[in-house]
Design a protein around this ligand. Structure first.
Ligand code: SF4
Length: 352
């Protein structure tokens, strides 16, 4: 079942929304006061949404409970961020939700299997527009507690335990806004979202990884969208590889100051007849050998006007088996939100 919900538009001017892009220290500086004096107000604003007029939301839900929502951004008609709330279940951890956020509208990385890449870059999201996705997701989940429960407040009250920058855009291409958003998400005085529950997914921007390394955030989770482990094929699927080839990417990942128990998520979209052979699996295993990582296999999600096809389940399972036989810890990603055009690679407003 797919439904459409339009909430009422906010008042014409809602300057407080921009404040959600600030940490407590910045908010206090903006108010020209000491952080201690501003702490309670900041906490109410970020935790209870007090004084924050959220943007109008267009939202659709599928039968499984996956919610895709769009927010107007950039002040131009038709420009929207796209986000997805994905219900997750596991044997050990029960059920929870992951929020997939966008960092840009469209993307200039041009991966040929991705709807956002076909749009080209339309807009770099601001910090407030990124944080807005988290606040709207919370409002959609509608379980935020009142101020009387402030002392018990926990970041996952609304069931969202992970935030992944896997929506539209290359996060490291909008580096300053994304890293500031991570600071705001993690501010203990506000949203207090642990860095170990936030994942930045990159196409393999080596320059961005080096800048991220300088921040010394070892617990921040890093995902790399690999999709091919030989340069010839990766050059054709992901243009970024022409300037930042696999060997250099691998070196950058080896050098990155990951926490001792942390690991990379290596994402691999299987395209039928393109990158799904046993030799491709062997190349992936070779790429992963010096890395602490988990490979996440995803079947290709069909898109508008796309030239690729989804491989058979047997092909995916054989690929997975081959990787495992070479000592690579491999998981299969369960597909969510395909009917909403909300699955991996499908985000991108057809109207833009
Ligand atoms: S896969 Fe990621 S980096 Fe590549 S075009 Fe799509 S959004 Fe951009």
């Amino acid at each position: 079942m797919v439904e459409n919900t339009h909430t009422r538009p906010p008042p014409r001017s809602c300057p407080d929304v921009a404040l959600t892009g600030m940490t407590l220290a910045e908010y206090a500086a903006w108010r020209r006061t000491h952080p201690q004096a501003a702490r309670a107000d900041y906490r109410r604003m970020m935790r209870e949404g007090e004084g924050v007029a959220l943007p109008p939301v267009t939202r659709r839900t599928d039968d499984e409970g996956t919610v895709k929502f769009c927010l107007p951004v950039g002040g131009a008609a038709g420009l929207e961020s796209e986000s997805v709330i994905v219900p997750m279940t596991s044997y050990h951890r029960g059920t929870w939700h992951t929020l997939c956020v966008s960092s840009q509208v469209g993307c200039r990385m041009g991966c040929v299997f991705c709807e956002s890449g076909r749009l080209g870059l339309r807009h770099n999201l601001t910090v407030a527009e990124i944080i807005g996705q988290r606040l709207v997701a919370r409002a959609i989940r509608q379980t935020i507690r009142s101020s009387s429960a402030a002392r018990e407040w926990q970041y996952f009250h609304d069931g969202i335990r992970n935030i992944v920058f896997m929506g539209m855009g290359e996060p490291l291409d909008n580096f300053d806004a994304v890293t500031q958003a991570i600071r705001v998400l993690g501010d203990p005085a506000g949203l207090n979202f642990p860095m170990g529950q936030i994942c930045v997914s990159t196409v393999g921007r080596i320059d961005g990884l080096r800048r991220l390394a300088e921040l010394r955030w070892p617990n921040l989770r890093i995902a790399v969208s690999l999709n091919a482990a030989n340069d010839r094929l990766r050059d054709t699927l992901m243009p970024v590889n022409r300037g930042m080839p696999l060997r250099e990417l691998q070196r950058a990942l080896v050098d990155y100051p990951l926490a001792p128990k942390a690991y990379y998520l290596i994402e691999y979209v299987l395209l039928k007849g393109v990158n799904d052979t046993p030799a491709d699996a062997d190349a992936v295993a070779a790429f992963c050998r010096p890395l602490r990582c988990v490979v996440n296999l995803l079947p290709y999600n069909p898109q508008r006007f796309a030239a690729f096809e989804t491989p058979a389940t047997e092909t995916l399972l054989a690929f997975m088996k081959r990787l495992k036989s070479r000592g690579v810890f491999t998981k299969r990603r369960i597909v969510h939100g395909r009917d909403l055009q909300g699955a991996c690679g499908q985000l991108g407003n057809a109207g833009v």
